[in-house]
Design a binder for this molecule. Structure first.
Ligand SMILES: [Zn+2]
Length: 397
């Protein structure tokens, strides 16, 4: 079984938009209520031994069980019977909201994400139908439970062999979208390492360096948009708070944010396909993204969107049958790819790698990518040295 997500723009009527907006708000309230319940329970358990509770005491009995997804679902079903507002929303959609909260807690425990936060008005932007009826899509309309037929812009063909497993309705600045998760009941064999291998090194001065000597520049239109974003944000801060003009200016900002995200995803897909054209195996550094984002170049790391790039690259490799592997990222910029001797730390301003031992000279990032390639080949059991075409080689002095 494997699945892909297709995204389409919805063309809802004004009544349907009103329903979507109301459902998002109800989901937000459920989310906040359930989070409040969990938060209270956690607080009642954490006791500070060196301080007395001067302001308040928690009155949750000691033997109360921790609120779990199943427990909160049960409570929700009971409460929904008494609330006409909630009855307008499909029960599965509300349950999915609780599941989302559960997921937020799981990623806190397992991936040390932060404690989940309450959602302010307007910050809940999507809800999920975990299943659709059979034949839910006819032509360019889709049948949503309790809402009915909604038109969408069919920008690509939906494969007839697939089944719609899930539908997520998303609200963005430019309108409403639907993300369909399509499933196929086939088993896909794992991709085995094959063909030529390349290593990539992600950087800030270039978006990525490839072991074959190519450098991907950081997308230029993105920089242009950034300047525009700053101007728009300044114009928002000049307008009176709560005024209509401020709202209009804010809308422009959120539209631009969306455009920047689109441009970024476009380039990520472009580069990923480019890489897949060249090789049968792709190796990348296994970066500690969270650690980097906290560092002094954090803003630039987030800006380049490396996390998203890895996701897209992985999907792209899967689609095109290319083997993908992440390798250890330690000291990739300090080792000479030609003689494998450590050359010592390089300053960030030092743009070229030139080895004192063997005289190998190349771009600093390309050298790091070649080290990644060597590690990748070793990991998949390839023996023999990797060869690097199109790289200048100087004679040792
Ligand atoms: Zn060397």
């Amino acid at each position: 079984m494997f699945s892909l997500t297709y995204e389409f723009k919805l063309k809802p009527t004004s009544e349907q938009i009103a329903i979507f907006t109301d459902w998002l708000e109800q989901c937000r309230r459920i989310y906040n209520y359930a989070l409040g319940e969990r938060k209270d329970w956690f607080k009642s358990r954490s006791c500070q031994i060196n301080a007395c509770s001067l302001r308040s005491e928690y009155i949750i009995p000691a033997d109360t069980i921790r609120p779990t997804y199943a427990k909160q679902c049960k409570a929700l079903t009971a409460y929904r019977k008494t609330s006409p507002r909630l009855q307008k929303v499909q029960s599965q959609v509300l349950q999915q909201t609780l599941r989302r909260l559960e997921q937020a807690f799981v990623s806190m425990w397992e991936q040390s994400h932060g404690f989940p936060r309450f959602k302010k008005p307007g910050t809940m932007r999507s809800f999920v139908f975990p299943q659709l009826s059979k034949d839910a899509i006819i032509g360019n309309t889709i049948k949503l439970p309790m809402i009915g037929w909604v038109k969408f812009r069919q920008s690509r063909e939906i494969p007839a062999s697939s089944k719609v497993a899930q539908a997520r309705i998303v609200c963005r600045a430019t309108g409403w979208y639907i993300m369909l998760t399509l499933q196929w009941d086939v088993t896909v064999p794992d991709i085995m390492p094959h063909g030529e291998g390349i290593g990539i090194d992600l950087g800030i001065s270039h978006f990525a360096a490839v072991s074959n000597g190519k450098l991907f520049p950081n997308p230029r239109p993105f920089k242009k948009l950034e300047r525009k974003l700053k101007l728009l944000q300044r114009s928002v801060s000049r307008k009176v708070k709560g005024s209509n003009n401020r709202k209009k200016a804010q809308f422009k900002v959120s539209k631009l944010h969306e455009r920047i995200a689109n441009v970024r995803a476009y380039y990520h897909w472009l580069y990923a396909h480019n890489l897949c054209d060249w090789a049968g195996m792709i190796f990348a550094e296994d970066l500690n993204l969270k650690g980097l984002a906290r560092g002094f170049l954090g803003k630039h790391c987030l800006d380049a969107g490396w996390g998203q790039f890895f996701q897209i690259l992985e999907q792209c490799c899967f689609k095109r049958g290319v083997f993908f592997l992440k390798v250890d990222s330690k000291k990739t910029s300090q080792i000479c790819p030609n003689c494998l001797i450590e050359t010592g730390k390089k300053d960030l301003s030092e743009r070229t790698h030139s080895c004192q031992h063997c005289g190998y000279t190349t771009d600093r990032d390309v050298a790091a990518a070649q080290v990644v390639l060597i590690r990748g080949l070793a990991a998949v059991g390839h023996t023999g040295l990797a060869c690097f075409p199109r790289v200048k080689r100087l004679r040792s002095p």
